[in-house]
Design a protein around this ligand. Structure first.
Ligand SMILES: *Cc1c(COP(=O)(O)O)cnc(C)c1O
Length: 327
């Protein structure tokens, strides 16, 4: 087997650092989704993290391990919002400067939330990939800040993997894990942890059906570019995986058993059911696993539990209101 960029040891090594900034989130059984799936469904509630998404895990692992000199230079990142928020949060807790580069597609609420977290926000360009180019340029300048990439960094992936360690401990008999999949930081980290602790568990990635770069790359056998969509409920799943991705692509290719795609309507149904039936606020990206269950796109053909990773809560309030009142 090929050597993967992240091992379960790496995940265990960053866990104490991650725990200084992130919660060990609860796992809750869910009768409604269990009935639909005809399986025991449990939700791993990373929507309850500080900053409203699992991204605080990776940011904590990366920034928490910088030395004093690097901390003084600060950190910079490009993000669809949640990673930027996580970086800003951890940086503020450590008292170090942070800059977040965003594309113009990012919803206004997320931009405002970043400003409130006290970081510098740099908005411009039509895509996240362009925002990343700006962040890279600043980071490569002499004495520039450290780039904290949302997924192309083994330390960040190890941080996200702590979610997988927790769920494998919380649900020892886990049979299937549904995990949202975009750049693959979360899926790769969770897959390494779960596969190592529960070797027989199936790992299923869930992406939106438009602009699913990892799905297209797996089909091609190497990283490929796809056109970005600018109006998805799952805006946190936008962006490419990087054409020279040697971190998450090989891990996802080796360890993720299947990738399921969900439509906008299915994502809306997942968010709506979470909200209306379970009083759970999830953003679109955080609800893709539930969407896949409601659309009966996951086969739970054995009696072992299905754990659905609910990755984030940061939906626009207007969007939540629309979903709550639509028939
Ligand atoms: C970033 C993000 C994802 C996707 O994570 P990747 O590591 O890019 O695959 C899923 N859900 C939410 C809420 C996110 O913020």
């Amino acid at each position: 087997m090929v050597d993967l960029a992240v091992t379960v040891r790496d995940i265990c090594a960053v866990r104490p650092t991650v725990e200084r900034f992130a919660e060990a989130t609860p796992v809750r059984p869910c009768d409604g989704f269990s009935a639909v799936a005809d399986a025991h469904v449990l939700l791993k509630l990373d929507n309850l993290q500080p900053t409203g998404s699992f991204k605080v895990r990776g940011a904590a692992a990366r920034i928490g391990s910088l030395d004093g000199e690097a901390r003084a230079r600060g950190v910079i990142t490009a993000s669809t919002g949640n990673h930027g928020r996580a970086v800003a949060h951890v940086a503020r807790r450590l008292g170090i400067p942070a800059t977040v580069c965003l594309s113009e597609n990012v919803p206004a609420g997320k931009v405002e939330a970043l400003r409130r977290l006290g970081c510098r926000v740099d908005v411009g360009g039509a895509s996240q990939d362009e925002a990343l180019v700006r962040a890279r340029a600043a980071a490569s300048a002499d004495g520039g800040p450290t780039l904290v990439h949302p997924f192309l960094d083994p330390v960040v992936v190890a941080g996200q993997g702590t979610c997988g360690l927790e769920l494998a401990e919380q649900v020892p008999e886990v049979g299937t894990v549904l995990v949202p999949l975009s750049g693959g930081g979360l899926a790769a980290g969770v897959a390494v942890a779960v596969r190592s602790l529960r070797p027989t568990a199936r790992i299923v990635g869930v992406s939106m059906d438009r602009g699913a770069a990892m799905h297209a790359s797996l089909a091609a056998g190497h990283p490929v570019e796809v056109a970005e969509v600018d109006d998805s409920l799952a805006d946190s799943l936008q962006g490419g995986i990087g054409l020279d991705n040697d971190v998450t692509f090989p891990i996802v290719a080796a360890l993720v058993d299947e990738v399921v795609l969900v439509t906008e309507d299915e994502i809306a149904a997942g968010m709506r059911s979470a909200l209306v039936d379970h009083r759970l606020v999830l953003e679109g990206a955080g609800a893709v696993g539930l969407a896949a269950i409601l659309a009966e796109k996951v086969s739970a053909d054995d009696r072992s539990p299905v754990v659905v990773v609910c990755s984030g809560a940061n939906a626009e309030l207007a969007q939540i209101a629309r979903l709550a009142t639509s028939p």
